[in-house]
Design a protein around this ligand. Structure first.
Ligand SMILES: [Fe+2]
Ligand SMILES: [Fe+2]
Length: 132
């Protein structure tokens, strides 16, 4: 059973941002799948690095759109992104040291953060952007 699934209620009506959020949700769910006991196939460490890279890409895209639009809440929004990146940074350091023990608490934190960020903070941003 998936931990985190994309559903239409997360869509913000901005094509680029929605597509990227869908990919992020899929990567978090893949990470959950790779961390299940006895999971075969994906290595949690490689999924974590893919999530890390995609997150950096997505945040830089949103930050670019915010700058382009002279978005008033840029600093607060970027500070939220930085919180998530710090968490992934810490997990990536652990993974590089061979400790890829991404537990349920961590996965729940990632899901809760993303849900809140998309449905509150990104929603506010999308409402101020031209559709694209
Ligand atoms: Fe964001
Ligand atoms: Fe976002």
């Amino acid at each position: 059973m998936p931990l985190f699934e994309w559903d239409g209620s997360l869509a913000l009506g901005h094509e680029l941002i929605d597509a990227q959020h869908k990919s992020l949700v899929e990567l978090v769910d893949q990470l959950h799948g790779a961390c299940l006991d006895g999971a075969e196939g994906s290595d949690p460490r490689s999924v974590l690095m893919a999530l890390y890279k995609y997150t950096m890409f997505h945040f830089s895209e949103e930050e670019r759109l915010m700058k382009q639009a002279n978005y008033a809440e840029y600093a607060e929004h970027k500070a939220e992104h930085d919180t998530f990146v710090s968490k992934l940074d810490a997990l990536a350091v652990q993974a590089k040291q061979g400790r890829a023990d991404i537990g349920q608490e961590t996965l729940k934190w990632l899901v809760a953060w993303l849900l809140n960020h998309i449905s509150v903070v990104d929603k506010r941003l999308a409402a101020c952007l031209p559709k694209g």
